[in-house]
Write a protein that binds this ligand. Structure first.
Ligand code: SAM
Length: 253
């Protein structure tokens, strides 16, 4: 689209129901992983395409076709907080039906990560980024946090489109052996986490919920000195997925 007026009007029409891709890197990842981008703007189109040429030549032509230049003030009025790259886009949120189908598919070649009643939007975004990097089947949240909240999407750097991201109840979690991470569990270093595992992590404030504990097949602990109460949620996911990658079928680097 080369018409800034049309781009801004499309933006206003779509913004309510679309996923905001805030900044060059979020747009780059989303395009790379097949997101349907409805409208994309840049305050300096040449600079954005030069960045693409330098950092992401694989998506440069796609960005060339997508980006419309708008004045910086117009760009800034479309986003909550201007990003240093002055690039933003709106993408279509993948259908829940397709997500649920992917989560239910068996056999699975990579685990599903469950965040049980997470509270912190930044943590959820960081976990989605990890999930994308390790090629996991999906990230499921329980509770009230919306895993597609703009702050989560910002934290995930546009990588929601590289995995499945859905909110479910504990009762409707995908099947498979459920390993729940808890300092009281069995030391992870002696365990092999299977590719079809469901790996669950508790909330930042209160840990694993009673409902989740009831469904758990095995509690798993990360090594930690006794004087330390717990690790941060996202770092716990990182350690666990790294452990799975050593023994399971994680993607080649
Ligand atoms: C910040 S911690 C939760 C702390 C919370 N106050 C509690 O009572 O459990 C968030 C989640 O990270 C995981 N986690 C943190 N440290 C862990 C450890 N040493 N072993 C296993 N899981 C851990 C657990 O899933 C935990 O529920």
């Amino acid at each position: 689209m080369n018409d800034p007026v049309a781009a801004v009007s499309a933006w206003h029409r779509l913004a309510g129901g679309a996923v905001l891709l805030d900044g060059f890197h979020a747009l780059k990842h989303a395009v790379r992983f097949g997101a349907e981008v409805a409208v994309a703007v840049a305050a300096d189109r040449r600079a954005a395409l030069a960045l693409a040429q330098e950092l992401a030549p694989d998506v440069r032509d796609a960005l060339d076709a997508l980006l419309t230049e708008v004045p910086h003030g117009t760009y800034a009025s479309l986003v909550p907080r201007p990003h240093p790259t002055a690039v933003a886009a709106l993408a279509v949120r993948p259908s829940r039906e397709a997500g649920l189908r992917a989560l239910a598919q068996t056999p699975r070649s990579a685990p599903v990560v469950v965040l049980d009643e997470p509270r912190n939007l930044g943590n959820a975004g960081a976990v989605i980024r990890l999930a994308a990097g390790f090629g996991v089947t999906g990230v499921v949240t329980t509770g009230t946090l919306d895993p597609w909240h703009p702050t989560v999407v910002r934290g995930g750097a546009g990588l929601h489109f590289a995995t499945v991201v859905e909110r479910l109840s504990v009762q409707t979690l995908p099947g498979g052996p459920l390993f729940a991470l808890d300092p009281e569990g069995e030391d992870i270093r002696g365990l092999k986490l299977p590719d079809d595992a469901v790996l669950a992590f508790g909330s930042e404030r209160s840990g694993l919920s009673a409902a989740l504990r009831e469904r758990t097949d095995q509690l798993v602990a990360l090594p930690m000195r006794p004087q330390v109460s717990s690790y941060n949620l996202a770092t716990s996911v990182a350690m666990t997925l790294y452990h799975w990658s050593l023994t399971g079928g994680a993607p080649a680097a």
